[in-house]
Unconditional design. Sequence first.
Length: 209
Amino acid sequence: MRYSWMDDYLLAKRGVTKDFQPVWNWIRYHVGGKMFAAICLDRNSEPYFITLKLDPVEGEFLRAQYEDILPGYYTDKLHWNSVRANGAVPDALLRQMLDKSYRLVLAGFSKKRQREILGLTCCGMECAACGAYPAKCPGCEACAGKVFHAPPGKACPIYECAVRKRKLVHCANCEQIPCSLWRETRDPQLSPEEFAQSIRDRFRRLKEE
Ligand code: SF4
Ligand code: SF4
């Protein structure tokens, strides 16, 4: 297939797993256990379709533009589309389509579950990689934002704003990022340089999604 980058590209996304469905001869890519893309193989194990999900209006538009984009092969033809694995769909467009499929399937989960699948807090921290986890802090979701450096008995101001007030998955969906709350809310153990780096890292992680 001409899109040899596809496997690496999809597996680099947060929360993505892959399996092989032997009856259909499909390599499937899942996020949170739900399929968002597949490579359909022929009898010789050669890819012939890449199947992905799109908003129905966009899917219909793209099918009209490219003869190598077809209604989903052995899937719901309203939401799923199949791209010929050796067709003429530009790589950049296929990447965009795969990104959209990933986001569409991810968005089907609750916002809390989306954060769990992404392995990120609303402010872009990775609890699993945090030195405070789990002995000192059970993680942002488990304590509903009441982390050890939040005001006593209260949630961290970023959690309060992004999750409770604005009901976002995370701050990347807010045009004010990185806002004054980001600059004022800090783990007291971090030096000014470490805190500045933490803001840059969290911003990058969230914007990569
Ligand atoms: S302090 Fe708690 S909420 Fe913050 S990153 Fe560490 S484990 Fe997660
Ligand atoms: S204002 Fe926006 S960026 Fe700042 S904490 Fe609230 S949701 Fe996050």
